[in-house]
Ligand binder design. Structure first.
Ligand SMILES: C[S@@+](CC[C@H](N)C(=O)[O-])C[C@H]1O[C@@H](n2cnc3c(N)ncnc32)[C@H](O)[C@@H]1O
Length: 223
């Protein structure tokens, strides 16, 4: 497991992911929140890996590595894990040891280190954690586009507000997470997400599953 470090873990939206919380992360996020609060069953996100994962794969904002670990992959990819938070990188690096992942500590909001072009890049449940408007944090899509191969696929998901359908209880939890600085998605809308992706990719698909915007983006626009 090799390690490149390019960031200090001081940015908002990631400090909550400490080793103790990571032990309960899969249970909270994938057994309850995603299917029942946000109405996006985990298989929808897993399917993205099963369909699009390429030989050289970059995982941005890794959490515990739950999705890539539990997806039924038909290839054995070269995996790079990028996150600003060292605890997440350590936990996921261990879980995905079978891929001998390269570990990169860096912020998705800054231009990414000079890594090889990737055939696939995933960014699941990260954008709603990033501070700033969707236009501002959409800069992360530009940084990803710069590292995606011309024929590569960028896929991901983020929890949205605006016109995205959500129950009163989901709204209560979202407001709570926003007040605690865990989420920064009060103004993230489906339309804003699409526009932010289209600034950096020539072929964008966004589907709403509950209040989760699930996307695939191809044809990176080189700036
Ligand atoms: C909600 S978790 C999502 C984890 C995983 N992708 C999943 O689907 O469960 C958000 C992840 O994004 C990371 N993160 C937050 N801000 C970041 C930033 N600026 N740059 C890179 N990673 C960041 C956190 O450390 C955490 O691992």
């Amino acid at each position: 497991m090799s390690m490149i470090s390019d960031a200090a873990s001081v940015a908002p939206g990631q400090s909550v992911y400490r080793p103790l919380l990571l032990r309960f992360y899969d249970l909270v996020v994938y057994v309850y929140n995603s299917p029942f609060l946000w109405r996006c069953p985990p298989f929808v996100l897993r399917q993205q890996y099963e369909r699009h994962l390429g030989r050289r794969h970059l995982e941005v904002g890794v959490g515990t590595g739950y999705l890539i670990d539990t997806a039924h992959l038909t290839i054995h990819p070269e995996v790079t894990l990028l996150d600003i938070n060292r605890s997440c990188l350590t936990a996921t690096g261990r879980r995905l040891a079978r891929f001998a992942p390269q570990i990169v500590q860096a912020s998705a909001l800054e231009p990414l280190p000079d890594l090889e072009p990737f055939d696939s890049i995933a960014m699941n449940y990260v954008v709603h954690c990033l501070p700033g408007s969707i236009e501002e944090k959409g800069a992360a899509f530009g940084h990803v586009a710069a590292r995606l191969a011309d024929d590569g696929v960028f896929f991901g998901a983020t929890i949205l507000q605006g016109s995205a359908p959500r129950s009163p209880i989901a709204q209560l939890w979202m407001d709570f997470y926003n007040r605690r600085g865990v989420f920064h998605n009060a103004k993230d809308t489906p339309r804003g997400l699409r526009a932010a992706l289209e600034r950096h990719f020539g072929d964008v698909r966004v589907e709403l599953r509950g209040c989760v915007g699930v996307w695939t983006a191809k044809r990176p626009i080189r700036s």
